[in-house]
Design a protein around this ligand. Structure first.
Ligand SMILES: [Zn+2]
Length: 450
């Protein structure tokens, strides 16, 4: 196997699972990962400045690679932690064995974290090490920020942002996980879509609680808490958020239009000239995936009632998960939910609040154009890919960086099929060896192009 791939495999074998409670996170796999990186990337460790984030984020990794200039520093991100493996998930190969598996598309490294997100982390380190070996100096300062708790919204990214702010570092752009070189990304488009997240929705969770008279289920009162909660959830379902098609989505449709087969091409080209509200309603009507591109979404997730089947719960509680569209706010979403529920007995609380991220520019003039640089680099390494911005539905650590940088992009230069994208946070996650090596080449090209 290619020697660079061996370090990826070694990194996958360490189960760096973070827990929401830092006290429950096993530090050993993280220490082991750090040792592996030190072993395999000696030049990176010798020549870059390691910045300790102290007790705030003891396992986070932050490095500064001094460039010829510090005027337009760049931050490359990835995260060390992975989501746990559920015993019921039918992995065809052990999730932490990093087997090399022959597939119809060539050999692949199998395991948790190959795509999310150690594949990206090790690719960045490999590119840096390769350039250092050539005596390369980047044109700009390059920061590497690898959090240890992205999957549990932990303190790594906020601590890195605080440290950069303390040093007065104002990044030109930040690049984190998110989009990919996605095969079968759009129905009818054969070219892969190099989708670069230019903003992300705000992941927010609210709880709805009804308290009332519990007791024995043989003598039920009218409108017991569970029924009242049920009515509230039904009302929410009936009062979805209004359509709001943000700029990146219109841009995505516009860029795709030219790649669609003819009848569809005409339709989509026309669609981008239609008023946003009409376009939004069409996207909502086309199915859940396109609907999520066109409005804030909400759905009930957890439900808690009585612990026994013959007990009326005195308290019925549901959590509702929202993905708030850029341009809207948590406060307005809470208002919408309260108004839709329209019942003072239903208490709406905020469990977790994340505002949507600001839009990062995608059409700036060449000189400031970080998006243009990403686009050029994609075209150099993946010439057949259609580059397009998009709105990410999921959250990444990079949202924290929007506080110190107006250009935050979310993209991993890895080819992923639809099936591979579905394996993230699920089972049978794997990256093709050739695709991963292309990813390394992409980072090399990006760093050379700064
Ligand atoms: Zn991730």
């Amino acid at each position: 196997m290619h020697p660079d791939v061996e370090i990826l495999r070694a990194a996958i074998r360490v189960p760096t699972v973070a827990d929401r409670d830092p006290a429950l996170t096993d530090p050993e796999p993280f220490a082991r990962l750090h040792e592996l990186l030190a072993e395999h990337f000696p030049l990176l460790h010798a020549q870059l400045e390691r910045v300790d984030l102290g007790d705030a984020a003891p396992r986070a990794l932050l490095w500064r690679w001094a460039g010829a200039s510090a005027d337009r520093p760049v931050v490359l991100m990835a995260h060390q932690d992975v989501v746990p493996v559920t015993p019921d998930d039918p992995w065809t190969h052990d999730a932490f064995a990093a087997d090399v598996v022959e597939t119809p598309d060539g050999p692949a490294v199998w395991g948790r974290g190959t795509l999310d997100d150690k594949g990206q982390l090790v690719a960045i380190c490999t590119a840096v090490e390769r350039l250092l070996a050539d005596g390369f100096e980047p044109a700009q300062d390059v920061w590497l920020s690898f959090g240890a708790d992205e999957e549990v919204s932990g303190p790594s990214a906020p601590a890195a942002v605080a440290e950069l702010a303390r040093r007065g570092v104002e990044p030109w752009f930040v690049l984190d996980e998110g989009g990919a070189v996605a095969g079968q990304a759009f129905p009818g488009v054969s070219a892969p879509g190099a989708v670069i997240g230019s903003t992300e929705k705000g992941t927010t969770t609210l709880s709805l609680t009804v308290t009332g008279r519990g007791g024995h289920s043989s003598t039920p009162p009218t409108r017991a808490p569970a029924a009242r909660l049920g009515r509230a959830l039904w009302r929410l379902d009936r009062h979805q958020f209004g359509v709001n098609v943000p700029g990146p989505t219109v841009d995505l449709l516009r860029r795709l239009a030219g790649h669609l087969p003819l009848p569809l091409r005409a339709l989509l080209a026309g669609a981008t000239r239609t008023p946003p509200a009409v376009l939004g309603r069409a996207l909502v009507a086309a199915g859940p995936e396109t609907a999520a591109m066109a409005r804030t979404t909400m759905v009930a997730t957890t439900l808690v009632g009585a612990p026994a089947h013959n007990v009326i719960p005195a308290r019925a509680r549901a959590e509702v998960n929202l993905r708030i569209m850029p341009g809207e706010s948590v406060a307005a979403a809470v208002e919408h939910v309260r108004a839709a529920v329209d019942d003072d007995e239903v208490v709406v609380d905020v469990v977790e609040a994340n505002e949507p991220s600001p839009l990062s520019p995608t059409t700036e003039p060449e000189a400031q154009g970080a998006f243009a640089l990403l686009e050029r680099t994609v075209s150099a390494v993946f010439p057949e890919a259609v580059v397009t911005p998009y709105v990410m539905m999921a959250g990444t650590d990079s949202r924290t960086f929007t506080a110190i940088c107006p250009r935050v992009y979310r993209f991993a230069p890895l080819r992923m099929s639809k099936e591979q994208r579905a394996s993230i946070h699920s089972y049978d996650e794997h990256v093709h060896v050739a695709a991963w090596l292309e990813g390394v080449d992409w980072y090399v090209a990006l760093l050379k192009g700064l």
